[in-house]
Design a binder for this molecule. Structure first.
Ligand code: SF4
Length: 374
């Protein structure tokens, strides 16, 4: 569920969201309407995970989330061990909010910490302090145990030592899941404008790659599995929701700009809602921006693209089966293996630690170019 509200917009963020809090009530009414209309077709089904993403789901009243879960329960059931995740920002995690979320059945928190350092939080334009970040992450560990923190590297003036200290702080609190993001300069953000005007200089790609490598090495030493480009987990704490998306399992997205992927028999359909709050509020049942049935080529390419972001990789036989020119694809795999970007073992092709940095590039060369076999 996409909850597109934030207190303010962080300087680097280009997500679809609004900062007009007066729209919350209307938004949730529209969301319930959309949910009822779309879930009718799924009556009786069981789901494995619920993910409240955003935006900032922790920013809105937990009662709204409760009502949505109650609405959903009229149509579908949650599996007994369903993962229910809420993305939260440190400034929202008051003792009351912790209690409210736990009462809803939330069993996993994903906290947008980004940094435990005051200066870095300032340059990122975050609303919380370093003390908030440490305090609520500790508290979340006590109350939920299943906690993920997002950390961002590559902020203005950030050094490798500072990045290391962020990682060590998360480790010292004992979180079992960490998501690492390299600050990307998105067009139309305040940060992009500042960089363009020469007011801000960001660390270059090499520096970012160095920081990413530091994270991979340190977290690996500490028993984290690097299971996706940006995600590291202790055993048993993988994000079920994210893994489901990456493994191309069906999911339904609700709210403006939310995406869905549905498999029905042999057919696979991707769809997305409009990225417009006003259009969504005016007519949540007509808010679809697109809906397309995937061709065989698109399905194969998605499988390749997503698998190259995962430590589980892809069977070599899959590539051989779907490329007409088997010799050519084996040559491409061998080229990346020789460059240290791919590992090939027991018939599985997967990106190496170095390869994670180039996962998209590797995937592009392994994807089909209108060469689907019959
Ligand atoms: S809190 Fe998250 S979603 Fe909201 S503006 Fe900041 S980065 Fe974007």
């Amino acid at each position: 569920m996409h909850i597109p509200f934030c207190r303010t917009r962080c300087v680097y963020c280009d997500f679809f969201l609004v900062t007009r809090q007066d729209l919350q009530e209307r938004f949730f009414r529209a969301l319930y309407e959309e949910t009822v209309a779309r879930l009718t077709a799924f009556r009786g089904r069981t789901v494995q995970s619920v993910h409240f993403g955003g935006g900032t789901p922790s920013f809105v009243c937990a009662g709204y989330l409760k009502q949505w879960l109650e609405t959903v329960a009229h149509f579908i059931s949650l599996s007994d061990d369903a993962e229910i995740t809420v993305e939260a920002n440190p400034e929202d995690l008051t003792p009351k909010k912790f209690r409210d979320l736990a009462a809803l059945g939330v069993n996993r928190l994903s906290i947008g910490v980004q940094s435990f350092l005051p200066g870095k939080l300032g340059t990122l334009g975050r609303c919380h302090t370093a003390e908030d970040a440490v305090r609520v992450t500790r508290e979340a560990m006590k109350r939920f145990g299943n906690v993920s923190v997002d950390l961002m590297c590559g902020a203005e003036g950030e050094t490798a030592e500072e990045w290391l200290s962020d990682l060590q702080c998360a480790l010292s609190i004992g979180v079992p899941h960490i998501s690492i993001y390299m600050l990307a300069l998105e067009k139309k953000t305040l940060l992009a404008q500042r960089v363009k005007k020469g007011l801000v200089t960001l660390p270059g790609e090499e520096k970012q790659a160095e920081m990413y490598t530091i994270a991979c090495e340190l977290l690996g030493e500490q028993g984290f599995e690097h299971y996706e480009v940006s995600n590291f987990s202790k055993p048993g704490f993988f994000s079920r929701y994210n893994l489901g998306c990456w493994h191309r399992e069906s999911y339904l997205g609700f709210g403006p700009s939310a995406h869905s992927f549905c498999k029905t028999g042999e057919q696979e359909r991707r769809s997305a809602n409009v990225s417009s709050m006003m259009r969504y509020l005016a007519s949540p049942l007509e808010a679809q921006a697109f809906s397309e049935m995937l061709s065989e080529e698109a399905r194969i390419n998605e499988q390749v693209f997503l698998s190259m972001r995962l430590s589980s990789g892809l069977g070599l036989d899959f590539l051989q089966r779907h490329h007409k020119d088997t010799g050519e694809i084996l040559e491409t795999v061998e080229k990346f293996r020789a460059q240290g970007l791919l590992d090939v073992r027991n018939g599985i092709v997967k990106v190496s630690q170095k390869g994670f940095l180039f996962a998209d590039l590797v995937a592009e060369e392994l994807m089909l170019m209108k060469k689907v076999s019959g």
